[in-house]
Design a protein around this ligand. Structure first.
Ligand code: GLY
Length: 381
């Protein structure tokens, strides 16, 4: 095992450190991005932790990769740390697993000055954040995301949850982390398919908010796929900066607020994920198809030019992501019905985030059902 992910083979030398601030008054925090940061996490945590007891929550895939370096750095900084390793996968986001973690919190004698450390992808972050939001009416937690998808989305913004058998993310809270620590070098261990899935969310930020960033991703997609540390750090920093700004304006996704824009492509994506029982596509892959579909709907509604929609689709494809459903995917009628069950459908009305250009998006509640239905009939692979 390579116990020091600050020196994995084949990854260029460390690049500059970046700090992005999420401004939320007394709940403000930093997203610290630096290659090799994991080995230094203990001293970084010392600056924000109220006490010395903490529990690291991870899964059995990530734990063996990064647990040892993290444990050494926490120990060197004088922390009294315990580790909970869970089975990998979405199944960990359950009330049963949360209960198991409450027991681990008591075993580790955590009190209100203690801190949870979420080490892993979005599942670990959401679950750990949920436990932190509820144990003793709320204790601190920090996010240490290890997938590109969780670095640029789930670890930032304080949405924490477990799943209910009837709906994903249905039992949750807004509980902001005290900090997000991102070490882009951990991405050296990320499977290719997951790296690409994370790029879907990176592309999303360009489409929804920043044409210049979209062009940066267009010019650097090859480097990003090759895991160039500088390109990845810049893409992560910019993505986090866009999300941080939006969360700072609209922490709780108020009606009419900008946080809903982060759901670009997600109305279609959630329908695809639900109808394929979360087996056929990774979340980022469903978002990639959903974004291409949202652009098609934007063109059909005469909001977006054909040229811009094609450009988005081409970038998604360049990132090695799907833009179409597969021939064997569920029927269009089933997928359309599932969009109505999406939690973003209000009072039976469909809600879509649509693009008016690359870099500007708006929420629309007035898309006629027929127009939305037609999107599911687009050619399949
Ligand atoms: N992933 C969307 C949000 O955090 O609001």
């Amino acid at each position: 095992m390579n116990a020091n992910p600050s020196e994995p083979a084949g990854v260029p030398a460390p690049v500059a450190s970046h700090i992005v601030r999420v401004s939320l008054g007394e709940r403000s925090y930093e997203i610290q991005i630096q290659a090799g940061l994991l080995a230094d996490l203990g001293s970084r945590l010392l600056r924000i932790a109220k006490g010395r007891r903490l529990l690291v929550v991870t899964d059995r895939t990530i734990g063996p990769l990064f647990g040892p370096v993290l444990a050494r750095s926490l120990q060197a900084a004088g922390f009294d740390g315990s580790l909970a390793e869970l089975p990998p996968g979405e199944g960990a986001k359950s009330l049963d697993v949360a209960k198991f973690l409450y027991d681990r919190c008591f075993d580790a004698q955590l009190d209100r000055s203690s801190c949870l450390v979420a080490l892993g992808g979005g599942v670990m972050g959401d679950l750990t954040g949920f436990v932190a939001a509820t144990y003793m009416r709320g204790i601190d937690f920090v996010q240490v995301p290890t997938t590109l998808l969780s670095m640029v989305d789930a670890s930032v913004g304080g949405k924490v949850a477990v799943d209910h058998p009837r709906a994903k993310n249905a039992i949750g809270a807004f509980h902001q982390p005290r900090a997000v620590f991102i070490d882009p070098l951990v991405l050296a261990k990320l499977p290719d398919r997951e790296l690409k899935a994370g790029l879907a969310e990176v592309i999303k930020y360009g489409v929804l908010d920043d044409r210049t960033f979209f062009e940066f991703v267009e010019s650097n997609v090859g480097k990003l796929l090759q895991r160039d540390a500088a390109a990845l750090s810049s893409a992560i920093e910019k993505s986090c900066a866009i999300k941080a700004r939006i969360v700072g304006e609209d922490e709780r996704e108020r009606e009419g607020g900008p946080r809903a824009l982060l759901n670009l492509g997600h109305t279609f994506a959630h329908a695809i994920e639900t109808c394929t029982n979360y087996q056929g596509y990774l979340h980022g892959e469903a978002v990639a198809i959903g974004m291409a579909m949202a652009c098609e709907l934007s063109v059909a509604r005469k909001l977006l030019s054909r040229g811009d929609a094609d450009r988005v689709r081409q970038l998604i494809e360049l990132a090695g992501l799907p833009v179409k459903l597969k021939a064997g995917d569920p029927p269009a009628d089933d997928l359309h019905a599932a969009t109505f069950r999406d939690k973003k459908a209000r009072g039976g009305k469909l809600r879509f985030v649509l693009a008016t250009s690359i870099g500007t998006t708006k929420v629309f509640d007035d898309v006629p059902e027929e127009a939305a239905r037609k999107i599911w009939d687009l050619p399949r692979d």
